[in-house]
Ligand binder design. Structure first.
Ligand SMILES: Cc1cc2nc3c(=O)[nH]c(=O)nc-3n(C[C@H](O)[C@H](O)[C@H](O)COP(=O)(O)OP(=O)(O)OC[C@H]3O[C@@H](n4cnc5c(N)ncnc54)[C@H](O)[C@@H]3O)c2cc1C
Length: 499
């Protein structure tokens, strides 16, 4: 079928769907909450993975749970796809609309309803910003541990849907470890509660299943988050290294010594220089890599661990060691690290950020191979990442308006993820799959495993209307992917050691 015929079919579907959907939605949703003009819809065509875009049929902005239920019932009755959107900071095109589908914006759900000090938890709306939870609970000396670098903007609903992480997840866990209960609206418009206020719940662990389900199983409309007590003391160290091997070994040795830092991050030279140019935080620009390590706990605990970490750092030839003595100094070091994305945006128009997670021992080896691949594809790759949990974030910097660069960046991304799988790692540590990594799911999972994912999806959404085409590839797609990418049955580095 040619492109003109395809676009005529799409246009006809659009006209029919608008004619049937708008009157139905309007029975319960006010006109101002149904956006249909192209200039209104443009704002919703992509998330932070800006190289993939699609305009929605409509954007609906409900502000009550009953309205969400109504949208779901209408879409279910008319077989129209629905994509939920939080703040749109996702990095995998997860909340990018699907053609002729509804985009369900959850931003108006922005209330913190109840802070329960006895149970150290809070019941919040899905559209509440991540940072807003810790801000609201700070007067009680409590905070919400998952802290993605996007925490000023991203929603907790989006964090749950992506099982988001952040620098403090090494010690305090991902989003899945920091929530207790969810209210969810099914595609049929039914409201279900999963999890509970206790630490365990009877039956299947649907709470864990829903966390990281990327909007494919239901719409999250309420979240009970766990709150942690702020530690009595916290110190942040920054250490420079002349080689990436020493920096990688420092990470492995700190963890090997039985210390679990609150955060353990690593930045390569290009990353250090980009961050320093933007933030002027005093990062050592001539170092091959820096390691940032936060230790928290009681004053005595922190002092003891600090001494052990310093011994390791000195043994591995670290230099320019900075140690924060107060909260302001800690914030200076972290604020610069968290500004890595904007800093890299000063180097190139587009940033394709990988999210592969590998066994820690493979860090230096994989880092070296990534640099070789970057040379092969003649692209700039910068590494700023959660080293403590092996979550690599190589950022491929390129210009998507140059078709050849775009193609090379996409291919390089695939090869980096293949490399992560090859050493025994995974294709996603915290950003999810969305559309961006859907092909690489075929590398990570067998056809039997992917079939089980489809069976699960179908148990929640038999018509495949919720965020269709994302996260789980079809088996046909996998067959095509394998025939195109794995030549002669070999991965990119056939003799690479698997950890
Ligand atoms: C500068 C920058 C730094 C980042 N740093 C990190 C980081 O350190 N760690 C990390 O994990 N991520 C990071 N991210 C990625 C992103 O911020 C997270 O994935 C975040 O959880 C997305 O939240 P959101 O509200 O923007 O969700 P969106 O992007 O709007 O949506 C993400 C997914 O969640 C689904 N969804 C959203 N709301 C709901 C709901 N109520 N019910 C059901 N499904 C829903 C969407 O359909 C989509 O599949 C970063 C992004 C940027 C731009």
């Amino acid at each position: 079928m040619d492109t003109t015929m395809n676009s005529n079919i799409a246009a006809n579907i659009r006209t029919q769907r608008l004619a049937s959907l708008i009157p139905m939605l309007s029975q319960m949703i006010p006109d101002h909450a149904i956006l249909s003009e192209p200039e209104q819809l443009k704002a919703y065509e992509c998330d932070a993975f800006t190289t993939m875009r699609q305009m929605p049929l409509l954007t609906v902005l409900p502000d009550t749970i009953e309205q969400v239920q109504h949208v779901m019932r209408c879409c279910h009755a008319l077989d129209i796809p629905v994509v939920a959107r939080g703040a749109g900071t996702g990095l995998t095109a997860g909340s990018m609309p699907v053609e002729n589908g509804v985009l369900l914006g959850m931003n108006k759900f922005d209330k913190i309803h109840d802070i329960d000090l006895h149970n150290r938890s809070a019941w919040i709306d899905p559209g509440v910003r991540n940072q807003a939870v810790s801000d609201a609970t700070a007067p009680y000396n409590l905070y919400f541990a998952p802290d993605p670098s996007s925490q000023l903007a991203c929603s907790v609903g989006g964090n749950v849907a992506e099982n988001a992480g952040g620098v403090h997840c090494l010690k305090y866990g991902l989003t899945v470890h920091n929530i207790l209960e969810l209210d969810v609206i099914t595609i049929e418009g039914e409201r279900i509660t999963i999890g509970g206020q206790a630490l365990d719940a009877a039956g299947y662990d649907l709470l864990a299943l829903m966390t990281g389900s990327e909007g494919l199983l239901g719409i999250i409309v309420g979240i009970r988050v766990k709150l942690l007590a702020k530690p009595a003391s916290a110190r942040v160290l920054l250490a420079a290294f002349a080689t990436i091997e020493d920096a990688g070994n420092a990470i492995a040795e700190i963890i090997g010594a039985g210390i679990i830092p609150a955060g353990l991050e690593m930045i390569d030279q290009k990353g250090i220089q980009a961050i320093e140019a933007l933030m002027h935080a005093g990062y050592p620009v001539n170092a091959a890599a820096v390691v940032i390590c936060e230790l928290d706990g009681s004053v005595k605990e922190v002092e003891d661990e600090l001494n052990s970490v310093l011994t390791i750092l000195h043994r591995l030839n670290a230099s320019d060691i900075q140690i924060s003595t107060n909260e302001a100094e800690s914030k200076r070091i972290w604020a610069a690290r968290k500004a890595a994305f904007p800093a890299l945006a000063c180097l190139a128009p587009d940033n394709y950020v990988m999210d592969g997670t590998i066994p820690r021992r493979a860090l230096a080896q994989v880092w070296t191979k990534i640099n070789l691949l970057a040379d092969e594809y003649q692209l700039l790759v910068v590494n700023v990442f959660h080293a403590g949990d092996g979550n690599m974030h190589p950022s491929i910097l390129f210009d998507s308006s140059d078709e050849d660069q775009h193609k090379r960046a996409t291919e390089l991304g695939t090869r980096i993820l293949e490399l992560c799988v090859q050493v025994g790692g995974t294709i996603s540590g915290e950003h999810g799959i969305g559309l961006e990594k859907i092909n690489q799911m075929c590398l990570q999972f067998t056809n039997n495993e992917i079939s089980q994912f489809h069976a699960l999806k179908s148990a929640f959404d038999s018509k495949a209307l919720l965020n269709p085409g994302k996260q789980i590839p079809t088996l046909a797609r996998c067959t095509e992917f394998h025939s195109m990418h794995i030549h002669n049955g070999e991965m990119p580095f056939p003799h690479l050691e698997r950890f």
